[in-house]
Design a protein around this ligand. Sequence first.
Ligand code: FPP
Length: 248
Amino acid sequence: MSETELIKVPQHLAIIMDGNGRWAESKNLPRLEGHRLGSESVEKVVEACSEWGIKELTLYAFSQENWQRPTEEVASLMDLLKIFLAKKRQKLLKNKISLKAIGRLELLPESVLRELTQTIEATRHGDRMILTLALSYGSRQEIIDTANQGIRHAMSLNDPAWRFDEKTFDEWLYTEGRTAPDLLIRTSGERRISNFLLWQLAYAELYFTETLWPDFDEKELKKALLEYQSRERRFGKTPEQIQKGQSS
Ligand code: FPP
């Protein structure tokens, strides 16, 4: 397999975009500048992913824990999001990218929710790539919400014997049974999952880079994708079983 050519890209890529604050601090700039440049990286990465044939991209844009940041920083992040959603709507539409969002969206400011809903609605037929923004998102919360939905379901059926199976649980998560990520990238040198897609990442390959998110571009993305294509994914099987499966 070529070491510089992309032959096998993940179907679904998930990214924890980290390091905006440190990028800004290293340049004596306000943290907001880091987030602003970070949103430019988002644009570059979305385009590159759709060009390279990635079918799903999920970005951790705002975690449930991020609500605890200083009010001004939260407000700036919400503004950036609003700008992104309004400014990129036509481009997403043109590039056949369908936008989705996961998380406790009802906690978002009304103006952000409005832009989000409009963009989701406008792009819903896009079939080239799904771009999912995790907003006000926490994976434990998602799992608890799903479990509670199951309890309510059993109660509504008046059937205490009702049980989830793996497939139904997966379909009732915020991600509604869509393909799980094949690759998770986290920038900025941190090596944690930080309450992101805990269920969905069960078999994902993990890739950590020291690069801070505002410096993450097509070149950095390609590096991660090349590393991914060199890995053998076995899903608990032996290498021989995988080889046989590939040749049959
Ligand atoms: C982590 O950096 C990043 C975030 C909390 C938010 C990510 C947001 C963006 C990239 C911009 C807006 C998003 C979109 C989709 C347009 P950090 O602030 O935690 O960095 P630090 O760990 O260095 O402080």
